[in-house]
Ligand binder design. Sequence first.
Ligand code: GLN
Length: 491
Amino acid sequence: MKKLHLLTTIELNKLLKNRTITCQQLLHSYLENINKNEPKIDAFLEIYKENALTKAAQIDKLYDKGDPLPFLAGMPIVIKNNICLKNKKITCASKILENFVSPYDATVINKLEKNHLIPLGATNLDEFAMGSSGENSAFKITKNPWDFDYVPGGSCSGSAAAVAAHFAPLSLGSDTGGSIRQPAALCGIVGLKPTYGRVSRFGLVAFASSLDQIGPFAKTAQEAAHLLNVIAGHDAQDATSAPVPVPDYAQNLGQDIKGLKIGVPKELFETGIHPEVKEALVKALELLKKQGTSWEIISLNTIKYSVAIYSILAFAEAASNLARFDGIRYGFSAKDAENLDELYKKSRGQGFGDEVTTRIILGTFSLSSGYIDDYYLKAKKAILLMKKEFHEALKKYDFIVTPTSPTPAFKIGEKINDPIAMYLSDLATESANYTGLPAVSIPCGFTKNNLPIGMQIIGNHFEEGKILNLADRFQQLTDYHTKMPEFLEEN
Ligand code: GLN
């Protein structure tokens, strides 16, 4: 039999249920793989080994009793370190929170607990989720499991790399401008940003509150659907959470896709797209066409403003949200300050990294009196136009499909001194955050250098089920998601 950590949760569920394997054996298989390969990848900021072992033993007892358990019971899951777990460090990969311990659990963590999943570790990220390569972590650089010289994408660098490296079958991330989908694409896995309001953000450290959303990573759409079942739903503790009923996303897969219409915006197809990415996308669209769907090029003109809007809106909200890190209430406090003003300045100056500092300064500028109309309010108006445009398009088409990222993974260090090139990584993903629409990235090919390529499927509000159904259908027709990074094959 294959090593347990190489199986899917669908296969594992059967083996756990019929007691061919125990949760503890499963966990040991993952821990062995982590022991051997984590030094090459650096996906984790912390591994909760002891807690996980205790939990696995408890869940084994439940399985032994024969009570019906939730589908994902006993599955390890790793968590981006901007989602709070009680009594665990919540650093956001920032020096300012280096030793800060969370006093409470995020709602999604409570939901994982209720469903008997096993939190196995905290994953690395770009500091405060700001970045597209993982290189902005204050602690370490996560490597792409497909080639260690390449970035895994960001900001969920560790969550995406951990699943691609089979350190855990599932992970959680957050997505403000593409942080789940872009690393999913670069690491060859599935990453879903749900509709704004679908998943509670209580206990997620805020970056840009009008855009942030928590979502799942998995290797298949089917497994992502199971994890979405666990984390979705209204939460009175998050005022932006939506009181919309949660369907059974996993149960509803397998619907016919015949007759469904796909619009492909030319703004993300005709220029600025790496030729191998475009080629893979066309091949994928043609494959779906053979199943009875149709696709055509459309225009979504406002997409070209995406990056500009982001650098105003996301930075402004970040400047406001990060004001709470003042050197007094949370985490790091500068030692050598002589008065209160100096304490603020020194704590923030020494605690935040360069990218975060840049964004706070730019965000504060675009919110300042005299400039707010020209920048912040204009960005808000541009979003209204974008919402209208996407709304019209989704009346005509069932899905909007784009490359997830204009390029495959790039080399570590390649874009770090070129912020524009770095920000362009999110060109295709940001619009789903502005419009609040759900969007999934799934593997749709490989470059000649064996780097994964992702395709993004955007659907209408609360139509996660529909986009996962198309994604699942595509995965039944292809085997990109079953391929493994080379180092795992030696295992
Ligand atoms: N890469 C984008 C950024 O740099 C998006 C990050 C995110 O979605 N959290 O901010």
